[in-house]
Design a protein around this ligand. Structure first.
Ligand SMILES: C[S@@+](CC[C@H](N)C(=O)[O-])C[C@H]1O[C@@H](n2cnc3c(N)ncnc32)[C@H](O)[C@@H]1O
Length: 302
């Protein structure tokens, strides 16, 4: 494969690349988990609403809000709430959630709470082992009793699919995608799901309303959805839909590293697999290996 994303290559030499990581040892209480991430982002003290009409959401929100350190949530609260609602409605149908792209664990920590409420297994997938560790320790400090339901996978979604596609325990899955936003990478990630499509209930993909000021950034998540599922997939909107073009706080006109949100397009899409067809890849042409940028390196024998 000639395609290479430099952000991915940066992590692909890690000894756990393309594998499930062993459960990490506890982090000393005076260490801040997000120091493990190694990628800067503005931190916030975002709070989730604790006064909705759903006591299960309120209980999960209260525990997330009690986390004493600053961290970041990269999706809107509406998006997080819609994912919660999807799992509530599909209680007993979805048994495993695969989250691709965890960063500081904004969704992951909520999924850990949902895992306890709905008897779920959670697989967290990220190229950055530091993000996986930070997320693990955020969960450890928020829902420690959920840790034995959580696995960490270091790599991209195609690496993960390679690892689980022959495992019968991988079934009845919801895949949440908020990893790379680059067309080439997202198209590969979604294509990989073709090889486990019968065991995936639905895909929720975030930032389908996002655009980047630098064309070379290739930030076209919705276009990657169209490449794989066609221009008119059956989907339900997830998260916020802005009425018109919306600029985030801090947007500087003319600056090359800006993003904006398209008006009238949803923050995320829930794509049920039973109601959609993969137009790409093609079973006579492709195998899962065609979508793996950086394969797992064989472990050295001691
Ligand atoms: C926007 S953040 C995820 C935010 C998170 N879902 C939340 O609720 O706050 C994107 C994450 O995707 C990871 N990432 C980037 N490219 C990736 C790829 N090709 N495969 C898997 N993860 C990727 C980054 O390391 C980062 O942790």
């Amino acid at each position: 494969m000639s395609f290479r994303d430099p952000f991915v290559e940066r992590f692909a030499t890690h000894p756990d690349w393309g594998r499930f990581m062993p459960p990490p040892p506890p982090l000393p209480a005076d260490r801040n988990p997000i120091d493990l991430v190694g990628v800067d982002a503005p931190l916030t003290r975002l709070k989730r609403s604790e006064t909705t009409d759903d006591p299960i959401w309120n209980g999960i929100a209260a525990r997330i809000n009690a986390y004493p350190l600053r961290t970041s949530d990269q999706c809107s609260e509406q998006h997080y709430h819609d994912v919660f609602d999807f799992l509530r409605i599909n209680n007993g149908v979805v048994r495993r959630v695969v989250e691709c792209g965890v960063f500081h664990g904004g969704l992951s920590v909520q999924l850990a709470g949902c895992a306890l409420a709905s008897d779920l297994s959670i697989d967290l997938v990220d190229v950055d082992p530091g993000a996986l560790l930070a997320t693990w320790h955020r969960i450890a400090r928020t829902f420690p009793e959920a840790l034995d339901r959580v696995r960490l996978f270091c790599g991209e979604l195609p690496n993960y699919v390679q690892a689980v596609m022959h495992d019968p325990a991988f079934d009845n899955a919801l895949v949440h995608h908020d990893g790379s936003h680059r067309f080439n990478v997202v198209m590969r990630d979604l294509s990989a799901l073709y090889f486990v499509r019968k065991r995936v209930h639905a895909l929720i993909i975030q930032d389908t309303h996002l655009r980047h000021s630098d064309p070379d950034n290739g930030c076209f998540v919705d276009a990657a959805v169209a490449a794989v599922f066609g221009f008119d997939p059956h989907y339900q909107p997830i998260g916020v839909t802005f009425p018109g073009t919306t600029f985030p706080v801090g947007y500087v006109p003319g600056e090359r590293h800006n993003v904006y949100f398209q008006g009238g397009r949803p923050e995320g899409m829930m794509i049920p697999f039973a109601e959609n067809t993969f137009l790409y890849p093609h079973p006579l042409i492709h195998t899962i290996d065609d979508f793996v940028q950086c394969p797992a390196t064989p472990r050295a024998v001691a």
